[in-house]
Design a protein around this ligand. Structure first.
Ligand code: SAH
Length: 395
């Protein structure tokens, strides 16, 4: 097997089972491995640390498949890993009220760069690392065998693929092409989503636990759902007995699907409104118009893609939280999220605290939120924690 030797002292993260090897940690690579090829990883003294997949163009030059020196990376290796990943979610997968669920979450499930989501009868995959790309057909075969489904579809994210030296990829990998809209059931909520055109693989499965929380918190409250996308939180709020939900999003197609989703759930049309607007602007207009709400959800897109953008992002998070706090009725709940990996929870909490203070309000944190249990955080891989949220009660 071809080998990758680390610089002296650079094995420490691997000894803690962190799976990434950055280009700067490498002394030399022998045998000129191809994209995705399996290689042995050694420390500076030549001692084997395990086996990795190689990615010649990426800054993350290799990702560990196994830290067990005699474990062979072959077809059965992927079957074992996929089976374990699915088994961890057995309870969720057997819940007939939860037909949307992530099955594989990359490094956290010991399958670097592989995402698999289930939406009813369809699986959607992302192959985001040269190593999993190489084993794609094996992975698809195993998934078919492990999870009964009608079709397996690929939605690999273009930007990440480019860093891996891979072409963008989308389309049917096996079986039937999914219909334009696939419906999932989430604790009685019906969500239609587009596997081919939706965000991520179609839907924000990572907010499942938090939608459940919003459902519980919404009883009797008027709700402003900012960055509504296809109505995820809004429908949970109405299910939980919100008096009215106002959904705001700047994307007309997303709001059209939101409207379809509200119809599918059979809610009285008087209980919800969809408004196509920029959140930053409309919150200010609401202030002038003296509008107020009992629960406000802020679930914006990633404002910071990188560490470099984090100041601008922090200002944006603060701005919307400040504007929202100013619209809150006494006793109202601010439900605010950040999915930027570059903004960690202590910083996000500080931004929120500053915003509430500047709005002239006082508040308390009632709940800390994270991504849902089907998007677990690998203990050796803290990078996989990206979604943070707070429920703050404002006096
Ligand atoms: N809360 C959603 C996911 C939000 S994704 C859910 O749980 O399903 C972020 C959404 O913000 C996208 O739908 C995008 O169209 C919208 N968006 C981005 N910038 C915006 C802005 N400035 N004003 C309003 N909506 C915006």
């Amino acid at each position: 097997m071809k080998t990758l030797q680390l610089n002296k002292g650079r094995e420490s993260s691997l000894l803690r089972r962190h799976p990434w090897i950055f280009s700067g940690a490498i002394d030399r690579v022998t045998g000129n491995p191809s994209s995705g090829e399996t290689i042995r990883v050694q420390d500076a003294s030549g001692k084997s640390l395990g086996v990795a997949g190689y990615s010649p163009t990426s800054q993350i030059r290799a990702r560990m498949w196994t830290f067990t020196n005699d474990e062979v990376v072959d077809e059965s290796f992927f079957l074992r890993r996929l089976r374990a990943s699915v088994a961890r979610r057995e309870t969720m997968l057997n819940d007939p009220q939860r037909t949307g669920c992530r099955l594989v979450y990359g490094e956290s499930d010991d399958l670097p760069g592989l995402i698999v989501d289930r939406y009813g009868d369809y699986l959607v995959c992302q192959f985001l690392f040269a190593g999993v790309e190489k084993w794609k057909s094996v992975i698809v075969e195993h998934l078919r065998a492990l999870v009964p489904c009608k079709g397996i579809y690929e939605r690999s994210e273009a930007a990440v693929r480019a860093r891996e030296g891979l072409e963008p990829a989308q389309g049917v990998l096996w079986g039937e092409e999914p219909p334009e809209l696939v419906e999932i059931n989430e604790q009685g909520r019906r969500y239609a989503l587009s596997i081919a055109h939706g965000h991520k693989t179609g839907f924000y499965l990572d907010q499942y636990d938090n939608r459940e929380l919003v459902r519980q918190l919404s009883t009797g409250r008027s709700v402003l759902n900012c960055f509504a996308y296809t109505g995820g939180f809004g429908i949970a709020a109405l299910q939980g007995g919100a008096t009215h939900v106002l959904n705001i999003d700047s994307s007309a197609p997303s709001l059209e699907l939101a409207a379809e989703n509200f119809r599918r759930n059979g809610f009285d049309a008087q209980r919800y409104t969809n408004t196509n607007a920029n959140v930053f602007e409309i919150l200010r207009e609401f202030k002038q118009g003296q509008r107020s709400f009992d629960l406000i959800v802020l679930d914006p897109p990633k404002f910071a893609e990188t560490k470099a953008q984090f100041k601008r992002a922090a200002r944006a998070y603060k701005d919307i939280a400040l504007q929202a706090a100013a619209l809150m009725n006494p006793g109202g709940l601010l439900v605010t999220f950040s999915c930027s990996g570059a903004i960690d929870l202590p910083l996000f909490q500080k931004i929120t605290a500053d915003a509430v203070l500047d709005a002239g309000r006082q508040g308390q944190i009632q709940h800390y939120m994270h991504q849902s249990a089907d998007h677990p955080v690998g203990l050796p891989f803290p990078e996989s924690l990206y979604l943070k949220g707070l429920v703050c009660r404002l006096d």
